[in-house]
Every structure is written in C-alpha cells, then in structure tokens.
Design a protein. Structure first.
Length: 140
C-alpha cells in the first residue's frame, strides 16, 4: 500500500513539474537573441525580471508565456497586454482510508487549481512591440 501511495505522489509531482518551463529552457529556445543582449539585460532575463523597453521575446524568455493576452485601447491607441496570474500553491494531494465491517478501502486524490483571471499578479503593456508599462498587483 505504501508503494501505491508513493507511486501516486511521484506521478502527481512529475505532472506538475513537467508542465512548468524554466528560465534556462526558455533561454535555450531563444539562444541567439539572448546572446545578443547586454550583460545587464541577460542578468535581468536570467533572474526572471523585465524592464521598460524589453521586446516581447525578452519578456517571454524572462517570464514565459502569459496566462492571457488582450488588447487595451486608450486615447493613446491600442496596446497589447500580457497578463500573468498569481502562481501560489496550486495543487494538493489527499489520502483517505476507511473500513466498515470486514471490508476496507483506500482512496487518493489530486486537486489542481487554475486561478481566477481577475487574480493577475503582473501585467506587461506593450507599445510598438516594446514594454511601455509594468503593472504589479501587490498582495497585503
């Protein structure tokens, strides 16, 4: 029985972590563009930070794919916005054992939450393909 629980846990963790891209894997997909950056910008990208003036490719290397993209229209024109959700704890594992009379049962479950679209922690606003604004939502 312990082996089954251990196997279930390993499968769940593998599924969760295999879906995540790392900064290094994102950089390797855009290696030539990364190598062309200044040492300062390479450090920011490698650290998962973005700055005003970054291109969409630089943001993608630093932060990965956004959770959603949309267009914002103001009196200054239309701007593409990339929104990133809060990536706090997003999965749980539950185990249960029950018995009644001469029978017993064991159950296990894995829960995954996807978050709420209104729960953006970061929005990157692009103007002419470059970061024009960085909007952070602070949690108090």
């Amino acid at each position: 029985m312990k082996t089954a629980f251990l196997a279930l846990g390993l499968v769940a963790l593998t599924a969760v972590f295999s879906a995540c891209s790392t900064t290094d894997s994102r950089i390797s997909k855009h290696q030539a563009a990364f190598d062309a950056l200044s040492p300062e910008d390479r450090g920011k990208v490698r650290g998962g930070h973005v700055d005003l003036g970054f291109t969409q490719e630089m943001v993608q290397m630093a932060l990965g794919e956004p959770d959603r993209r949309y267009t914002r229209t103001t009196d200054q024109g239309s701007h593409e916005v990339w929104a990133y959700r809060d990536r706090g704890p997003s999965f749980s594992i539950g185990l249960g054992v029950g018995s009644g009379g001469r029978t017993s049962a064991v159950g296990a479950g894995v829960g995954v939450t996807t978050g709420d679209r209104s729960d953006d922690k970061l929005r990157i606003v692009f103007q002419n393909g470059r970061v024009a604004a960085i909007e952070r939502r602070d949690r108090h």
